[in-house]
Structures are given as C-alpha cells and as structure tokens.
Design a protein around this ligand. Sequence first.
Ligand SMILES: Cc1cc2nc3c(=O)[nH]c(=O)nc-3n(C[C@H](O)[C@H](O)[C@H](O)COP(=O)(O)O)c2cc1C
Length: 192
Amino acid sequence: MKLLQIDSSITGESSVSRPLTEKVVAKLVAADPGAEVIKRDLAAAPLPHLDLASFPGGEGDASAASEAILAEFLAADVVVIGAPMYNFTVPSQLKAWIDRIVIPGRTFRYGPEGVTGLVAGKRIIVVVSRGNFYGPGAPAAAFEHLETLLGGLFGFLGATTEFVIAEGVRAGPDHLTAALDSAHQAIDRLAA
Ligand SMILES: Cc1cc2nc3c(=O)[nH]c(=O)nc-3n(C[C@H](O)[C@H](O)[C@H](O)COP(=O)(O)O)c2cc1C
C-alpha cells in the first residue's frame, strides 16, 4: 500500500488536526507494516499559487514541480488529509495542493455525458478540525465550506471520502475534550 499523508495546519505544536492524521496513519501502517508512507507538510513547504507556468503537464520547473505533486497523488492507494478550518474553508496551503490534483484528463475528464472522475478506488480519509459547530441545525451550518468542498471534489474525481471530525475545539475545554473523544472514536471505527 502506498499512503500519502497531507498536513496543512499552520498552528504547529498546538495543532488539533496533526496528531489526528498521525493516528490515522499509524493505524493503517499497523495493519500493513510494509506500507510506504509519504508525508507532505504544506505548512513547512508551501506550494505557490497555481498559475499558467505551474500547471501540471507543461514545460519548465514550476510545471514539473506540480506534476510531481500530481504523480504522488495518483500513485497513492490511500490519502490521509489534515484539513483544519480557516475562515470557513480549507487553508490556502491545502487549496494550492488541490489546484495541482484536480486536472482534466488526469483525475477527471469532460465528456458528452458530463464529467467522469478518474480516481475511483483511491481511499480518501479527511481529518477535519474546526473551532465552532457546523452540523445540521447549528447557527453557523451555512458557513461550512470545508467538508462540503472536500467531499464534493473527491466525489467529482470519482472517490468517496471518509471524514474524521473534531468540531467545537475552540468552544471551551469541555467541548475540546468531547471533540477529541469523538474524533478518536471515529478513527477507531475506520477500517484498517
Ligand atoms: C487562521 C485561523 C482561522 C480560523 N477560522 C475558523 C473558522 O472560520 N471557523 C471555525 O470554526 N474555526 C476557525 N478557526 C479555528 C480552527 O478551525 C481550529 O483551531 C482548528 O483546531 C484548526 O486546526 P489545527 O489546530 O490543526 O490548526 C480558525 C483558526 C485559525 C488559526
């Protein structure tokens, strides 16, 4: 198994999402000790904004660097993504990575019947951490643009997404504890 771990939190030691992505990866590796794990830390090594020169499949160093990101994603059997909510959606570091992997002809294709995703079978596990509550009925539910974005886009690419969610982590110590308990239980429930 080839496993790609993507982290995007900028909060360093106090990150909620990073220990959770580590735990997911540790669980999967425990079940498959021969797994090859590639870790990409988008906060430590940010990707620049996508522009014409950096579009995968083109010429030049910037395009080659994007092509390497895309190839890494395509080669992975399992992708574990740490996705903290910053200003209601993914960190811009993670958006820059997304811009390298949603590529026509490579991860989806346009056709007369619409769009076909090309990464069916790839396992996607997203660890979400967010300060507030966004579930059904929550006052801020309409501001949830992270889970919807990632679930939608990996579905667009043909994969289904498994979510591990820690929410309400900034709502006080009791809510943080409950959020972590819930996320750890969700990890325990993940298939190995
Ligand atoms: C720059 C920044 C923006 C944030 N924006 C939101 C937000 O829009 N909604 C929310 O619920 N929490 C927000 N938070 C709180 C984070 O989602 C929360 O602290 C979460 O744990 C971040 O993941 P991390 O700890 O792995 O970095 C924000 C935090 C930061 C640092």
